[in-house]
Design a protein around this ligand. Structure first.
Ligand code: HEM
Length: 222
């Protein structure tokens, strides 16, 4: 590669690595902030923001970022190991999401409030169902004989595309959760914007990671 061409490539890599690092940090900080503010265990409600941020901001983000060529904590591990850790983190994410949904549902039931009446509640329900369906649909990636007539490459492509949609639904639900009166009333204006940066930045970084991995594969095939 010529020197003039190498510079933009290097800059591109630095930007991708820096934004991936920032995503790790912001998602971890958001999960910590919500845990501190909600004080899990103090009420039924407190478990909802805690489990949901743990599920979608921490476990699901880390489960996808571990495939990133620019900032995976286990970059040097073989792809098989990454697949296993991804599987484990996604299982933890779905379990936390189910617990978070059960907590808010029961809390509303105790207070005699109607269910799924806000945009956050509706999108949240859709997100939790999508995360569950995505995990079930991933089983043929491990037991390939369950999907006769489908090549592994095709299954992986569908899994990546639907996984990205699920992740974006999760980011949208988190953002709407941050707009709730409870969260907006618990933090100052600047903290709110910093908190919202977590799901917004991670959605962009993960969109770019998944789409460029997919495009690279298409280039190799053509
Ligand atoms: C992706 C993550 C999230 C999902 C999937 C989700 C899902 C839901 C669902 C389904 C409900 C409605 C339950 C019902 O009506 O019975 C709800 C309510 C609620 N959530 Fe979340 N949530 C998420 C994150 C958050 C976060 C991070 C916060 C706060 C920081 C939050 C705050 C609230 C509040 C205050 C309510 C009650 C008011 C309402 O129904 O809109 N949520 N959530």
């Amino acid at each position: 590669m010529k020197e003039a061409e190498a510079e933009p490539v290097q800059l591109y890599r630095v930007v991708r690595a820096a934004s991936t690092l920032l995503t790790h940090l912001s998602c971890l900080l958001l999960t910590g902030l919500v845990a501190v503010l909600s004080r899990p265990g103090t009420s039924w409600f407190s478990w909802h923001p805690f489990f949901m941020t743990l599920a979608f901001s921490f476990f699901m983000t880390e489960a996808i970022l571990l495939f990133s060529p620019y900032g995976s904590p286990i970059r040097k591990s073989p792809h098989k190991t990454k697949g296993r850790v991804h599987w484990l983190l996604q299982c933890l994410s779905v379990c936390c999401a189910a617990l978070g949904l059960a907590a808010i549902f029961y809390n509303k039931h105790l207070n005699g409030k109607p269910h799924f009446t806000s945009w956050h509640g509706l999108l949240g329900l859709l997100t939790t169902c999508a995360a569950g369906a995505q995990s079930l649909a991933a089983v043929p990636l491990i037991y390939h004989s369950l999907a006769k007539g489908w090549s592994l490459a095709k299954l992986k492509r569908y899994h990546a595309a639907s996984g990205l949609v699920t992740y974006l639904l999760g980011s949208g639900s988190l953002l709407l959760g941050l707009c709730s009166t409870w969260f907006a009333g618990s933090v100052g204006e600047y903290t709110w914007y910093l908190a919202a940066l977590g799901p917004a930045l991670s959605a962009l970084v993960i969109m770019s990671q998944v789409s460029s991995a997919y495009m690279a594969k298409k280039r190799l095939q053509s």
